[in-house]
Design a protein around this ligand. Structure first.
Ligand code: DOR
Length: 301
C-alpha cells in the first residue's frame, strides 16, 4: 500500500525531520530502507558556515536541547552530494535557509535545479539571530520568503514553521496565501537553556538551544491543531513523535504525514518501521484507517 503526497507516491506516512542525519546519500537511503517514506536533508545555506562550538546537542532524557547552528558547506559546495543523490530511489525533501529573502530565493532556485522531490524552507531555526526563526515569527516576512521562493522553483514548496510564532495558524495561512504547498510543523521549541549546577555553566557552548523530543509533543500537537484549522494544504506534523500512539495523536490534530527526529536517537534508525507498525496495529484493532482519524480532534469542523 502506498500513499500520495503532493503528486508523489510515498511508501508510508513517515518523514525524516531535517538536520537529524545530515546529507549523505548512504545514510538517507538507509533511513528509507528502515521504513521512512520521505527523507529530509539538513538545511542548506547561502555560504559556508561552521555552526556553533561543541557541545551542540545534549540529551536531557525527556528530550534534547541543540544549538548546532546551521552548519552548511554552502549551496555552491555540494556537487558531490547532488551527484550521489541524482540517482536515488527514495523521495527527498531539500531544506534551505537564508539570511535575507533574496538569499532564500537564490539558494532555493539553485537547489530546485538539482531535482529534489520537494523544497522545504526553514524559517524556524531558533539557533541563529540572522537566519531561520527571525523570518518565521512574522506574518509579512514569512510571506515574503514564501512568495520569493515560489517564483523560482519547480517542485512543491513546504514551509517549516516555529512554535514561537505568536499565532502559528495565522502564519501558516499567510504562507498558504503566498503559494506554499504544505506546512511542516514544528521546528524545535525555544531557545531554552539548561545550566549544570555544579559548574554553574550553561551546558551548551552556545548557551541557548532548541528543545525537541517527548517533552515538546503537546506543543507540536497544539500547533498542528491550530494550523489545520487555518489552512487547506497538507501538514507534516512533528515534534516529539516517538511511538505509534504519538503518530495517531498528531494525525488526529490534522497531520497528513508524521515527522520523526529525536526518536531516531531513542529508538534507533528503524524507528520509522516501528512507528508505522505500531500505528497500523492501533488502527486495525479498531477497524480504522488513517483517513478516518485525520483531523478527528476537530469535531466541529
Ligand atoms: O533545532 C534546530 N537546530 N533547528 C534548525 O532548524 C536547525 C538546527 C541547527 O542547525 O541549529
Amino acid at each position: 500500500m502506498t500513499i500520495q503526497f503532493l503528486g508523489k507516491t510515498l511508501k508510508n506516512h513517515m518523514v525524516l525531520a531535517s538536520g537529524v542525519l545530515g546529507n549523505s546519500k548512504e545514510i538517507l537511503e538507509r533511513v528509507h530502507e528502515n521504513g521512512c517514506g520521505l527523507v529530509t536533508m539538513k538545511s542548506i545555506g547561502p555560504a559556508p558556515r561552521d555552526g556553533h562550538k561543541n557541545p551542540t546537542v545534549i540529551d536531557l532524557g525527556q528530550g534534547m536541547i541543540n544549538a548546532v547552528g546551521l552548519p552548511s558547506p554552502g549551496y555552491l559546495n555540494m556537487e558531490n552530494e547532488w551527484q550521489d543523490l541524482d540517482e536515488r530511489d527514495f523521495p527527498l525533501i531539500a531544506s534551505v535557509y537564508g539570511g535575507s529573502v533574496k538569499e532564500y530565493q537564490v539558494v532555493a532556485e539553485f537547489v530546485s535545479a538539482k531535482k529534489p522531490d520537494f523544497i522545504e524552507i526553514n524559517i524556524s531555526c531558533p539557533n541563529s539571530e540572522k537566519h531561520g526563526m527571525i523570518f518565521g515569527i512574522n506574518r509579512q516576512s514569512s510571506q515574503d520568503v514564501v512568495s520569493a521562493v515560489k517564483e523560482v522553483i519547480n517542485v512543491p514548496l513546504i514551509v517549516k514553521l516555529t512554535p514561537q510564532a505568536p499565532d502559528i495558524g495565522d502564519i501558516a495561512k499567510a504562507c498558504e496565501d503566498a503559494g506554499a504547498d504544505a506546512i511542516c510543523a514544528i521546528n524545535t521549541v525555544g531557545p531554552g537553556m539548561v545550566i549544570d549546577i555544579e559548574s554553574a555553566m550553561p551546558v551548551l557552548a552556545f548557551k541557548k538551544g532548541g528543545l525537541s523530543g517527548p517533552m515538546i509533543k503537546p506543543i507540536a500537537v497544539r500547533c498542528v491543531f491550530d494550523i489545520y484549522k487555518a489552512v487547506n494544504i497538507p501538514i507534516i506534523g512533528l515534534g516529539g513523535i516517538t511511538t505509534g500512539e504519538d503518530a495517531i495523536e498528531i494525525i488526529m490534530a490534522g497531520a497528513s504525514l508524521v515527522g520523526i527526529g529525536s526518536a531516531v536517537r531513542y529508538r534507533g534508525i528503524d524507528v520509522f518501521q516501528k512507528v508505522t507498525d505500531e500505528m497500523n496495529a492501533w488502527l486495525s484493532n479498531r477497524n480504522l484507517s488513517i483517513e478516518d482519524i485525520k483531523g478527528a480532534a476537530h469535531k466541529e469542523k
